[in-house]
Ligand binder design. Structure first.
Ligand code: R2B
Ligand code: URA
Length: 310
């Protein structure tokens, strides 16, 4: 039997604190956030993270380090004299995490399992640190469908490779489904920050999230391919007709787990390729690097405006 979890009542969380939905955690003597190299007893998580408002995730350690430096400049955050930005999770050898005032910048690796493990631990981190109303962003890359490389896509919802808008996870031998919902108002607010004279488009659309980069995304250049060019184009056209504008590998879990925790979230990715035109990512490295700054700039604008309003 599959279980679609109902819309939950929010009453007990009106103060904005993060909903864990796990009665076991508060009964534990300590909670080790293993993949972050942090623990609820070994670290003063309220002191270290209590002022966090924004959690920004990206695929690679390098990109999130760059984002941390970039956001530091944008919000005018000053580090104590003689200190530099530190990878807080360096000894996990799994994920990288940087803190710049109210902003956490964390790498999530590739794919649903990797981002899912991280989200469990970061959501618990928010809970232990008593953070209220955090906003989570995924800042990433994707393939576009009928979009030029360098286009910025803000996801309105995430669907899987079968166009289903929920995450499915086998738990104790039963399939658990969680709706992959993103905050539509947040998506519109981010879109409103795109500049009219930006030399690229910024759009809102549906995002397909896959379990694989090659066959799962209809690529013909993996180690295996058992379909034809026609089959592929038929599938991409079907996606396009269904309103899917981009393809990546984390949004389904990101949307489902943040929604389940009652956390506002958005996914903003830049396209590296138009999948109607090919499978291989051919743009030169300098071009790819410039494109990847675009979603960072948009989120930085959101964060800066938000902090100015405070
Ligand atoms: C986008 O890029 C990665 C694959 O190259 C994957 O993490 C994703 O979602
Ligand atoms: N990331 C993906 O998952 N797919 C692409 O085509 C490009 C980046």
């Amino acid at each position: 039997m599959s279980l679609l979890l109902e819309e939950e009542e929010l009453d007990e969380y009106r103060d904005g604190s993060v909903r864990l939905r796990n009665p076991n955690i508060e009964l534990m003597d300590q909670d080790i956030l293993y993949h972050l190299a942090l623990g609820s007893e070994s670290h003063d998580l309220v002191e270290m993270f209590g002022d966090v408002k924004f959690v920004c995730m990206g695929g690679t350690p390098k990109r999130v380090e760059q984002f941390a430096h970039f956001i530091m400049k944008e919000i005018g955050h000053k580090l104590p004299a003689g200190t530099t930005l530190l990878d807080i999770s360096q000894y996990s050898y799994r994920y990288s995490m940087y803190k710049v005032g109210p902003v956490l910048s964390i790498s999530h690796g590739m794919g649903i399992p990797s981002v899912g493990i991280l989200l469990h631990e970061v959501i618990k981190l928010m809970y232990h640190a008593k953070v209220r109303d955090p906003i989570f962003f995924r800042i990433g890359t994707c393939g576009g469908i009928g979009l030029e490389g360098g286009t910025v896509v803000i996801s309105e919802e995430a669907v899987d490779g079968m166009l289903k808008s929920y995450l499915e996870l086998p738990v104790l031998g039963k399939m658990v489904r969680r709706p992959a919902k993103l905050d539509r108002q947040l998506a519109r607010d981010i879109k409103a920050l795109a500049h009219r004279d930006d030399p690229y488009d910024t759009i809102i659309g549906k995002t397909m999230c896959t379990y694989d980069f090659y066959e799962g995304q209809g690529r013909m250049d993996g180690a295996f391919c058992e379909f034809t060019e026609n089959d592929k184009m038929e599938y991409l056209n079907k996606l396009h007709k269904a309103g899917v504008v981009n393809i990546e590998m984390e949004s389904l879990s990101f949307a489902a787990l943040t929604h389940h925790a009652g956390i506002k979230s958005a996914v903003v990715c830049v396209t590296l390729i138009d999948r109607f035109k090919g499978d291989q990512v051919l743009a030169p490295k300098e071009v790819l690097d410039e494109w990847q700054i675009r979603p960072q700039q948009l989120i930085a604008r959101y964060i800066t405006r938000y902090l100015q309003r405070k």
